[in-house]
Design a protein around this ligand. Structure first.
Ligand code: E4P
Length: 220
């Protein structure tokens, strides 16, 4: 399973990208608005940092407007993936943009029937929102699992991008559910890497190393 980071904050992208684990970035209108930055500038800066798929979402509601915006954002960088909502207009725009060779990420997916439609419209990625499904008392990871199963049975190439990830266990569950990608918020990355036994083990190793004969406190 690949990792994308779900953010429009450049420092967050830079820090996690330095770990060598990122294959892409997802943004959405809320994330870009909260960054306080210009949309195009943010996407282009991210594209320079991360050589993978960078999702940039359209805000038009009609197909014609989505196609126009989609072509424009796709022109900002070869890495841009046009993010479109799972509506009839979004599917229509997906079909047109996909036929032009533009990569697409169909977002706000909350059901398997929606995911099957997105695939037939040529979506490169489908984004089931696991956390928001959990929020309404359903099982978001089960949704990811069922979409992947339906895609495998139907020999569908659309990649399953587990979104709305809220905690490290979601990441584990998404991987076990067969997700191709998980888009993970910065905070969850920092939670994933921490383990008390890693820190305790490192502290003990360094303490023992410092005790060896002739070691000075400064030299490792
Ligand atoms: C996906 O691409 C979305 O940007 C994101 O995962 C939404 O997550 P949220 O439900 O935490 O806002």
């Amino acid at each position: 399973m690949q990792f994308f980071i779900d953010t429009a904050i450049i420092d967050e992208v830079r820090e996690i990208n330095a770990w060598g684990v990122l294959s892409g970035v997802t943004t959405n209108p809320s994330l870009v608005a909260s960054s306080g930055r210009d949309f195009r500038e943010v996407i282009q800066e991210i594209a320079q940092l991360v050589g993978g798929a960078i999702s940039a979402e359209v805000t038009a509601l009609d197909a014609e407007g989505m196609i126009k915006e989609g072509r424009e954002v796709a022109g900002w960088s070869d890495h841009v993936v046009v993010k479109l909502p799972l509506t009839p207009a979004g599917l229509q725009a997906c079909k047109t943009l996909s036929s032009e060779g533009i990569k697409t990420n169909i977002t706000l997916c909350f059901s398997v029937p929606q995911a099957l439609l997105a695939a037939r419209a040529g979506a490169t990625y489908i984004s089931p929102f696991a956390g928001r499904v959990d929020d309404i008392g359903w099982d978001g990871i089960e949704l990811v699992r069922q979409i992947k199963e339906a895609y495998v049975l139907g020999d569908i190439q659309t990649k399953v991008l587990a979104a709305s990830i809220r905690h490290p266990q979601h990441v584990v569950q998404a991987a076990l559910a067969g997700a191709d990608v998980a888009t993970v918020p910065y905070k969850v990355f920092t939670q994933m890497i921490k383990h008390p036994l890693t820190q305790a083990g490192l502290d003990a190793f360094l303490k023992d190393w410092a005790k060896r004969a002739g070691a000075s406190p400064e030299t490792p």
